[in-house]
Design a protein around this ligand. Sequence first.
Ligand code: ZL4
Ligand code: CA
Ligand code: ZN
Length: 373
Amino acid sequence: MSKRRVAYYYDSDVGAYTYGLGHPMKPHRIKLTHDLVSAYDMMDKMHILRPKRATPEAMTAFHTDEYVHFLNRVTPETAEELTYHGTRFLIGEDNPAFEGLFEFCSISAGGTLGAAQRIASGAADIAINWAGGLHHAKKREASGFCYINDIVLGILELLRTYPRVLYIDIDCHHGDGVEEAFYTTDRVMTCSFHKFGEYFPGTGTQDDKGRGKGKGYAVNVPLKDGITDESFKSVFEPVITKILEVFRPSAVVLQCGADSLSGDKLGCFNITMHGHAHCVQFLRKQNIPLILLGGGGYTVKNVARAWTYETACALGIEDDIDPNLPWNEYFEWFGPRYRLEVMANNMDDCNVKDGSLEKVRVTALEQLQGLPC
Ligand code: ZL4
Ligand code: CA
Ligand code: ZN
């Protein structure tokens, strides 16, 4: 297994931000991940970089001036006042105006922009930003725990150098913000795997394929509850293989949302850490410049497990990883087993019972077959 130059973006302040009491999104999971990555002695095997905070100007490459300006001045105290005067930039309890919101967004977006620049300059083969992956944010609106769309900003940066960028999203939710941003271009292909049916944000059917020049360049893989490693792989591998063949991307951005893991607080899939990381391993071996981003993930100890293992996969050292967790500051959080693996449970796989998975795979492959090569 050949070596890759890996750049890892981390700001030690990120874990201190909080969305508020009871909110499922917990930035602390990024620190938990970082501490576990350190405990496994991965730090001296990659370039550790503290991202430059993204400026408001950098954010307006995608977002409107008015929206970025709003995020830059809103505080928990002024949120209501600012929201009532004609603007509706924040939506209810999913997207609160928490303390330090703008700094948190600058760290998340700064990491993904840094990762994109590092890849485009040729200084790294794989770049990682676990604080990124906030795929729901829209041009002028926050949505689903996301305010600034670091992914769109990162892809726009890559497009300055590369003709074609592939975006893959394995978060349990549909990657709607990224899909919408590139819906009418053939330079970015977006492919989201997600739960569909009475689930946020409600978009992402296989009829949504892109528009105009972008027709056929948005790929959606809607799934049902309880998908297993085996089922997921049986759709991920053929669809991504076909995309690589027909689209020939010059760079790949993989959103590694960890709410697709078994036992997630908001998710409904049954994927293990190994099944999730298989996506990283599969893309690494394609030898295409690769960016790994975070995203969802609400059972924080499992998020740390998966993203730690995926960092090891990026380095190609996963076979040397001890399945028993090393001592670390948060060791007791990982009890009672103190093992790295996230195991499957006994829920039904609703994707195989009615043959829907096979239909979804065939439909996606037909869409890709119809693209000009
Ligand atoms: C919460 O307990 O489905 C927010 C959100 C805050 C604390 C106290 C307030 C309690 C679950 C979710 C009331 C909360 C009501 N608190 C939230 C339609 C909804 C309207 C808002 O992984 N209510 C909206 C968003 C999804 C909806 C998922 C996934 C992000 C990503 C990438 C975003 N929104 C119903 C919910 C709680 C909360 C408890 C919550 N919100 C669960 N699912 C949603 O794709 C990062
Ligand atoms: Ca997804
Ligand atoms: Zn999600």
